[in-house]
Design a protein around this ligand. Structure first.
Ligand code: CIR
Length: 253
């Protein structure tokens, strides 16, 4: 169960955020409203939400997930792979001092972003992507092992981050899309397949037996409801324009 969540208010500069989406520029006012709805949904799941002020220096800073990996025993600060995002993690480290005694830090030349890390119990799958290199993944695995966890790497080619195409919903249930559907390494999960047209909905978050899903993906919603989860829909269209999704917008621990 999660007790805490950290989010950061989107900055006005988000209109200059990194994107490959081709969906146009985000509408800042709309993004703020959607972010507030997202926070409301999280609160409904029974977590304490720490809302950080916007940071105009970093257009993508609302995507806090990428800055750290948070476990029960330690926080591991990442080293972001995207140039314009380097430094976001320093701000998060300051905040995490209020929550953690054990804080580890990934060092260059290692790069790793939290969106590439999927927690399944005590094991962590780490996607090797344009943002996460082998050195970063190996440093992460070493830190995890220090605290009694394990980690392994997964290659990916089609999506930005591992969790762009995968979400673990606990109870061995895994949402899968695209290149992950037939991956051997995920064969023992109960897979909930997300179709190509709805692939954006593969990025959902499990929060204390609720699943927060992006609004407007009916087939995905029905499949998740069928598994017995309480589903909360949140519109994150403005964050999608920056290749971001539900998981990216928070750190959950
Ligand atoms: C980026 O490209 O870094 C941002 N525009 C989107 C980050 C999405 N984060 C995530 O998937 N964890």
């Amino acid at each position: 169960m999660f007790k805490n969540v950290i989010v950061r208010k989107p900055a006005r500069s988000m209109v200059k955020g990194i994107t490959t989406a081709n969906l146009g520029k985000p509408d800042y006012k709309k993004a703020l409203k959607q972010h507030a709805e997202y926070v409301k949904a999280l609160k409904q799941c029974g977590v304490n939400v720490t809302l950080l002020e916007e940071d105009e220096r970093y257009p993508d800073s609302c995507f806090v997930e990428d800055t750290a990996l948070l476990t029960d025993k330690c926080a591991i600060i990442t080293n972001l792979g995207a140039k314009s995002r380097k430094g976001e993690q320093i701000e998060i480290q300051k905040v995490l001092k209020n929550f953690y005694e054990n804080i580890e830090v990934i060092q260059p030349p290692g790069t790793i972003e939290g969106g590439d890390i999927m927690m399944v119990g005590d094991h962590f799958y780490i996607g090797l992507s344009d943002r996460t290199n082998k050195n970063g993944a190996n440093q992460m695995i070493k830190f995890l092992e220090k605290y009694g966890y394990t980690g392994s790497v997964v290659a990916l080619n089609e999506v930005l981050h591992l969790k762009t195409g995968l979400s673990y919903l606990e109870n061995n249930n895994l949402l899968v899309s695209g290149e992950f559907i037939d991956k051997e390494v995920f064969k023992d999960f109960n897979k909930i397949e997300i179709s190509k047209e709805e692939s954006y909905a593969a990025n959902c978050i499990w929060v204390n037996d609720n699943v927060i899903i992006p609004k407007g993906f009916k087939k995905a919603k029905d499949a998740i409801v069928k598994k017995g989860y309480k589903v909360i829909e949140v519109d994150v269209s403005e964050f999608r324009k920056l290749d971001g999704g539900l998981s990216c917008l928070s750190l959950r621990f």
